[in-house]
Design a protein around this ligand. Structure first.
Ligand SMILES: Nc1nc2c(c(=O)[nH]1)N[C@H]1C(S)=C(S)[C@@H](COP(=O)(O)OP(=O)(O)OC[C@H]3O[C@@H](n4cnc5c(N)ncnc54)[C@H](O)[C@@H]3O)O[C@H]1N2
Ligand code: MOO
Length: 417
């Protein structure tokens, strides 16, 4: 019997096998996936976080009418000049919600408050701090620009314009924008439901006790909460034992209630790695063995028409794969446009000699504007995820990173829908 030569390298390729580069895997997801969530008309109050299925059109201009940007005095600019200006005041005032209905004659001024519609005859407003008001007259230094301190009707958005385009995610600022142009309901995709299933005979729920040889299920609470942070609806699909029939039945049940399934564990090619085996057997494995660290055994396929991300069991690999491959995929499935976070280039506060042939993600945080990385790269070292605030992405090729060299830093919060 002749043993193979010692490689001790998870990334050494078995004959005839190629690792899929990260960009190829992402490209494949981008081509293969499309929105899966139903579309309906939703009240704005319940639309936060959803992707628009149709352009949202402004029902009203914003601002709807020309108005004052300050508290002060309004007048017709053309009737004023340089030097000290003294203008008599008309009776009454213009306030937000209480417009002045008369006209202001050229050469006269009117008391006006912030947000008030400009009365007929007024195009310019002088700040009250720049005015002396006495005996029904005001005095100020001329030289303001025409239209100073006034907002034009529709200067932000015109009536009938696209306020927010289809495919855009409704964040807090979009809700404000839509309300301002009178859009009280939108046509949007419902939120993406993502199921999380932990696998492995050794894995037990933290609510109970763990015997020798058992480990607490860290991945399920971590992934469920990560999905919620990303803007998905997390669905707890529980735990499956290392048994092909049981796992298959649980995938069936999961596929009936969610849009995407994340499993963790059993993704590589060991005797008990049933997720990758099942996905291959059903003939629906799309991608496996990605040139990425951590996360190389990630298995992506379909189960009863539902995309499955077979995440590696190691918690760091499961977390990183959900960010790097899950987030952009979930975005497409939820009705958004493809987006991969680009991060920012910052100086490295570490040094590292990286091998070629795989992209690497290091747990990182910014310290005085430079990227520091967690002391260990072990993908079971979950404390490093808690220490980190983002990832440093090192390119596929070999790199020799020295202190101060530019590296790409991507904050965890950038991996969102
Ligand atoms: N001979 C080889 N062995 C391994 C290779 C390899 O190339 N050749 N790759 C390693 C890499 S890299 C990874 S990543 C792991 C991933 O393998 P699996 O997806 O099959 O995961 P498991 O073996 O089921 O578990 C790995 C590890 O994670 C723990 N685990 C699993 N589930 C959970 C959970 N829900 N919460 C916390 N921890 C969990 C599990 O107990 C194992 O310790 O394979 C390497 N092996
Ligand atoms: O790919 Mo594994 O993720 O290094 O632990």
């Amino acid at each position: 019997m002749q043993p193979p030569r010692l490689k001790n390298d998870c990334f050494a390729l078995p004959p005839g096998v190629d690792w899929t580069p990260v960009d190829d895997a992402l490209g494949h997801l981008r081509e293969a996936l499309q929105p899966v969530t139903e579309v309906s008309t939703v009240a704005l109050a319940g639309a936060a976080g959803l992707f628009l299925a149709e352009d949202a059109i402004a029902r009203r201009a914003h601002p709807p009418a020309a108005n004052s940007a300050v508290d002060g005095y309004g007048f017709a600019h053309a009737a004023t000049g340089q030097g000290v200006q003294i203008l008599p005041l008309v009776e009454g005032r213009a306030a937000a919600g209480a417009p002045f209905t008369g006209a202001v004659l050229a050469g006269m001024a009117i008391r006006i408050l912030t947000g008030a519609i400009l009365p007929e005859g007024v195009d310019t407003v002088v700040l009250e701090e720049d005015v002396t008001a006495e005996d029904g007259r005001i005095a100020f230094h001329g030289g303001l620009k025409p239209g100073a301190n006034a907002r034009k009707a529709g200067e932000d958005i015109h009536e009938g314009a696209v306020a927010v385009p289809a495919g855009h995610r409704l964040r807090a600022q979009e809700l404000g924008l839509l309300a301002s142009v009178g859009v009280g309901e939108v046509v949007a995709h419902r939120a993406l439901r993502v199921g999380v299933l932990s696998t492995g005979d050794e894995v037990v729920d933290v609510s109970g006790a763990a015997a020798t040889g058992q480990i607490f299920d860290a991945n399920r609470p971590m992934l469920l909460s990560l999905l919620a942070e990303m803007g998905c609806v997390p669905v707890d699909l529980g735990h499956a034992r290392d048994d092909a029939a049981a796992l298959s039945a649980q995938l069936d049940a999961g596929a009936a209630q969610v849009d995407v399934i994340l499993t963790s564990g059993g993704a590589s090619a060991g005797d008990e790695d049933h997720v990758s085996a099942l996905l291959s057997e059903t003939g629906s494995m799309g991608l496996w063995r990605i040139a990425v660290k951590p996360g190389r055994p990630l298995a992506m396929g379909m189960w009863r028409g539902v995309p499955v991300f077979g995440l590696p069991g190691n918690p760091v690999a499961a977390f990183v794969c959900t960010l790097v491959f899950g987030a952009p995929a979930f975005r497409l499935l939820a009705g958004g446009r493809w987006r991969v976070p680009s991060g920012v280039m910052v100086p490295a506060a570490f040094s590292k000699n990286k091998k070629p042939g795989r992209r690497e993600y290091l747990r990182a945080r910014l310290v005085d504007g430079a990227a520091a990385v967690f002391a260990s790269e072990g993908s079971g070292r979950i404390s490093g995820l808690s220490w980190a605030e983002g990832l440093v992405e090192l390119p596929d090729g070999a790199v020799d990173v020295g202190q101060g060299d530019p590296v790409r830093y991507i904050a965890f919060s950038d991996f969102t829908l």
